[in-house]
Design a protein around this ligand. Structure first.
Ligand code: BES
Ligand code: ZN
Length: 617
């Protein structure tokens, strides 16, 4: 192909993206979109719960440069049975060598004029994106369950497509499942009850807005639905429906609050799927259908900032999308900032200040965890050469990213900042964004040649240098100052029962536990546990903070609660640190870790067990 043609096509394919976004190359995909790219995916898959496989076809619409003779797709652990064109004529294909991080390229010959290719394939029972749950691992205990998790580069383990966040695709699907189950996807549901077909029930879906492939998502199980408002609702197992609907009662208002900040919600409905406890993340922003851990069901709506976060991704992430995984902070930092603004709009300044303050402390801890303020992994734009994108998915992206935006807000004032951010989402909607592209947009539309402003904030330093810049605006919470005083009083000998804790919210308890001295005696721990019933806590965040304190002080009486927590949910954020803390406690902790992990591991998602395997040998 002529170079000029290539350039022309590359420009046409990412029409009107900022200059920097056009040149972003994704090192985590084999795709060569400048030659040929996928624009739409049409799935026809059957879920076999006995074999733990999806099988069927993926029909891909292809846009090829003039003269391009092939298209390159991403795959991982797929069995490819054949590739044809739209009329069923076989196409030649080759599966390249497997790379341990990227999987295998699937190269398909494209005869001139080929616009659609059909890949017949099946997934492996160990596909990284899929977790097949036994009935025992569900709330109802009677039916199996399946869910997918594509981010960052796992979609290729269940769909042979170009698995790069800069290559947006629309999609449709027909999913056939056992008759008693129901399928849901991150798309418009065309057949709410499904259609009875030979050997099962078929559900159809369509998403007519182009999205990054990591956002294509599927779940199958015994699912019930309850509306929360005119355009919001919750799906979950029948046994969890009442609790879930009660916890999520504010979601309809939350969508309106988000729109009030940064413009219209562009995806139609906003539903939430509350998953079984092995879901490895807190939440996942699958379009139109956030996936959420059941560990947010505290009973008092105190953990709904997680929903604010996933909802915010409907703008930052799903609308304006990190072009590569090195730009992951553009998704998570913007979202963490936006999440806090939603929480402020919904529940007031003090709640938002407490959440931001907890985030700031997580940032300080993460800087230490990734090697200190000089470590290259404290940069926002990170170097992932030769690494799995998961390596860059730390709190730096979330909390340093949010601190950067908070600092910008503070520098120009909220009114000007909010107008800018809203225009940024509009200008860049449905496009990939790089770090350089964001800085260019910022200079063109907010900074506008104000050299003093640019220097005061230090935007290049924020984006590309390690550590936390001096200009950072540190969140402050008056409530937390009072809480810290109580923690100090306890450290100084005041009995737990005499502390002033009346009316404390979940966030205040989290801060209290984090503000206690690192070393506590068994008598102090017993006093806390007795006074506040910490080992019996039903709130997952408070229980987690308490169990960390207990483990770090080898507090034996908390072990049954620890064991129960680690075997009853598999959220990586809770599970990994607790096993790491155990392993740091000599033979006492290591023996416990090995014993508990042997029981817990079969229930975990591969994302969680993979990271715990690296800790517990
Ligand atoms: N998109 C992320 C989850 C994710 C990140 C999955 C990277 C795979 C790779 C999601 O929006 C998220 O950030 N979830 C957080 C909760 C949030 C409130 C900070 C989580 O799961 O802990
Ligand atoms: Zn997120």
């Amino acid at each position: 192909m002529h170079l000029l043609n290539k350039i022309a096509l590359a420009c046409a394919l990412v029409a009107s993206a900022p200059a920097a976004a056009q040149t972003a190359r994704d090192i985590h995909s084999f795709a060569r979109p400048e030659e040929a790219r996928v624009t739409n995916v049409d799935l026809d898959l059957r879920a076999d719960f006995v074999a733990k496989r999806l099988s069927g076809t993926a029909a891909l619409d292809v846009q090829a440069a003039p003269g391009a003779g092939r298209i390159v797709l991403d795959t991982r652990d797929l069995t490819v049975q054949g590739v044809t064109d739209a009329s069923g004529r076989p196409l030649r294909f080759t599966l390249g060598a497997a790379d341990s991080i990227l999987g295998r390229p699937l190269e398909v010959r494209l005869p001139r004029g080929t616009r659609r290719i059909v890949v017949r394939y099946q997934t492996s029972p160990t596909a990284g994106a899929l977790q097949w749950l036994t009935p025992q691992q569900t709330a109802g205990k009677r039916h199996p369950y399946l869910f997918s998790q594509g981010q960052a580069i796992l979609t290729r383990s269940w769909i042979p497509t170009q698995d790069s966040p800069g290559i947006r695709q629309t999609y449709s699907a027909r999913i056939t499942v056992p008759r008693e189950l129901r399928a849901v996807m991150s798309a418009e549901m065309l057949t709410p009850r499904g259609q009875v077909v030979a050997g099962g029930r078929a559900f159809r879906f369509r998403l007519d807005k182009p999205v990054a492939p990591y956002l294509i998502a599927l779940a199958v199980g015994d699912l019930a639905f309850r509306p929360l408002g005119p355009r919001t609702g919750v799906y979950t197992e029948p046994a969890m429906l009442q609790r879930s609907a009660n916890e999520l009662a504010d979601v309809e208002k939350m969508v309106a609050a988000a729109e009030g900040l940064y413009g219209p919600y562009r995806w139609g409905r906003y539903d939430i799927l509350v998953l079984p406890p092995s879901f490895p993340f807190g939440g996942m922003e699958n379009p139109r259908l956030t996936f959420a851990t059941p560990t947010i069901l505290a009973g008092d709506r105190s953990l709904v900032s997680l929903i604010a976060h996933e909802l915010a991704h409907s703008w930052s992430g799903n609308l304006v999308t990190n072009a590569t995984w090195a730009d992951f902070w553009l998704n998570e930092g913007f979202t963490t900032y936006f999440e806090n603004r939603i929480m402020e709009a919904m529940y007031g300044r003090e709640r938002a200040a407490m959440l931001a303050s907890l985030g700031w402390r997580e940032l300080q801890d993460e800087v230490v965890a990734v090697g200190g303020p000089g470590s290259p992994d404290t940069r926002l734009h990170i170097d992932l050469a030769g690494r799995d994108p998961d390596a860059g998915m730390t709190n730096i992206a979330y909390e340093k990213g949010a601190a950067f935006l908070r600092t910008l807000e503070n520098a120009v004032g909220r009114a000007r900042w909010d107008a800018y951010l809203r225009s940024y989402f509009d200008r860049n909607a449905f496009k990939p964004m790089t770090t350089a592209g964001f800085l260019a947009d910022l200079r063109a539309n907010l900074i506008r040649g104000d050299a003093e402003l640019e220097r005061r904030v230090g935007i290049e330093q924020w984006a590309y240098q390690p550590g936390i810049p001096e200009s950072a605006v540190v969140p402050r919470s008056d409530a937390f100052q009072r809480v810290a005083a109580q923690a100090q009083a306890f450290a100084g000998g005041t009995p737990a029962a005499s502390l002033q804790t009346r009316g404390w919210t979940t966030q205040e308890w989290q801060h209290f536990l984090g503000a206690l001295p690192k070393q506590l005696t068994a008598a102090q721990l017993a006093d806390l546990d007795r006074a506040f019933g910490l080992s019996r806590q039903g709130n997952s965040e408070i229980l987690f903070a308490w169990l960390q304190t207990a483990v770090r002080n080898r507090y034996e009486p908390a072990v049954p609660a620890l064991e129960h927590f680690l075997t009853s949910q598999g959220r990586r954020k809770f599970v990994r640190p607790l096993f790491a803390d155990l392993m740091a406690q000599g033979e006492w902790g290591q023996a416990l870790a090995r014993r508990i992990y042997a029981r817990a591991r079969p229930g975990y998602h591969p994302v969680t067990s993979g990271s715990v395997d690296a800790i517990v040998k």
